[in-house]
Ligand binder design. Structure first.
Ligand code: GLV
Ligand code: MN
Ligand code: MN
Length: 408
């Protein structure tokens, strides 16, 4: 019997998971290792149990559910993440995990026992919105970050990954990455506008752009907004504002794939009539080309140093995350493309603008990704949306691919 994907069930589960941490506008707030994250994890682990998967939780809280194969070989693995940014949508990450579970259910209904095990994973703190770096669980899984360093990461309130993992009951016993998969496929929404604008349904993701996250702290002097002449000011807020404008200008001037964002900015004491004595802000720079990304980093850092010096402010920088561009396994990308073609789609080869767990898994085993469109390219936004037909089409390709990978 040919396995068939139950699209309606996938959509219903996406809705059910989105109820946990639901926020106004239809989105979700399930920051990594929060109570809402725990509730989401519990729900998905329950579904994994219901599907008969053997569940393993590792020390960084990654959860892997495995369906046994005919032979005890490395698994064909799929998965993604179920944590969200504070104002996230309902598909980012969740879609890939729940589609993976639908693959398992389809195999069960068809009575298929694959040669290799099929594993469905969700990784801890992919988003990096609460704890940095992002893709933390998959990075630890791939051996790119030690458990101790991951545990020591703290949020803005000083709470650590290690303590929060233990608090929510997901500091598991398994050693991260002890069982290397045979291959890894991540199904995800594009989160950008390309497929939607080109009216295509499937992306075969070839690469992920490099990511650079830096936190800058600028120190000046608080003073009276009415009495302090401009020549006497040490205005940390001014330095931050000029830096934010520079990041945008630089990206525009560099062109190509270069993007730059200042998405977090805090001023102290943050009062209308007080010159800010402290500004903390984060710069997110990304490019598919490592040399260009380095150039952008150097330009930003030099600009901030210059601007701070002109305002007689002190500045320190802290790297929160830095990942080079990643190229996915060419044979696996070709397989994604062929599978989509066989289902009657016109797959588009494309890079990923967002970071993903698959980019860390590529360090461990051949990895690739499938994208489906994001309406109007909106993501990290409660209005993030993907049409039901597109969600189902992507999951069907995942099913075909997983079946193939589990037999070779
Ligand atoms: C993480 O998901 C990012 O791309 O910001
Ligand atoms: Mn994601
Ligand atoms: Mn995301």
């Amino acid at each position: 019997m040919t396995p068939a994907l139950d699209g309606a069930h996938l959509l219903a589960r996406l809705d059910a998971l989105a109820e946990i941490g639901a926020i106004e506008g239809g989105g979700c707030a399930r920051l990594a290792l929060s109570d809402a994250d725990r509730a989401g994890r519990d729900l998905v682990v329950g579904w994994m149990r219901e599907a008969g998967l053997a569940i393993e939780i590792d020390a960084i809280g990654n959860v892997v559910g495995t369906r046994a194969g005919r032979e005890d070989l490395p698994a064909a693995m799929t998965g993604s993440h179920i944590d969200t940014v504070r104002t996230g949508g309902r598909y980012d990450g969740n879609y890939g995990v729940l589609a993976g579970l639908e693959v398992v259910r389809a195999l069960d209904r068809a009575g298929i026992r694959t040669r290799r095990p099929v594993a469905v994973a969700f990784f801890t703190n992919e988003e990096g919105a609460r704890f940095q770096p992002d893709m933390m669980g998959s990075l630890v899984f791939a051996g790119g970050l030690s458990l101790d360093d991951a545990f020591a990461a703290t949020d803005r309130d000083g709470l650590s990954v290690g303590a929060e993992l233990a608090r929510i009951g997901y500091r598991g016993r398994a050693a991260p990455g002890a069982r290397k998969p045979h291959a890894f496929i991540e199904l995800h929404i594009e989160q950008g506008p390309i497929l939607d604008e080109e009216r295509l349904r499937i992306g075969a993701v070839e690469s992920v752009q490099g990511i650079s996250w830096t936190e800058y702290t600028v120190l000046g002097t608080s003073n009276h907004a009415g009495t302090t002449p401009l020549r006497l000011r040490r205005d940390a807020g001014l330095v931050a504002a000029e830096a934010a404008a520079f990041v945008r200008r630089l990206a525009r001037e560099m062109g190509g794939d270069q993007v730059g964002t200042v998405g977090r900015l805090e001023l102290h004491p943050n009062l209308i009539n007080v010159v800010a004595n402290r500004a903390v802000f984060c710069v997110d720079l990304r490019n598919t080309d490592e040399a260009k990304l380095r150039h952008a980093e150097a330009e930003v850092s030099a600009f901030i140093a210059r601007t701070a010096a002109a305002e007689r402010c002190d500045v320190t920088a802290r790297t929160l995350a830095r990942f080079e561009p990643v190229i996915f396994d060419p044979a696996l990308v070709a397989r994604v493309e062929a599978t989509a073609l066989a289902r009657g789609h016109r797959p588009r080869r494309m890079p990923s603008g967002a970071g993903h767990d698959a980019q860390m898994m590529q360090r461990v085993c051949p990895s690739a990704m499938i994208f489906v469109p994001s309406v109007a390219g909106l993501s990290h936004n409660v209005k993030e949306h993907t049409e039901a037909a597109d969600l189902v089409a992507g999951a069907e390709i995942l099913l075909d691919l997983m079946l193939e990978l589990a037999e070779i």
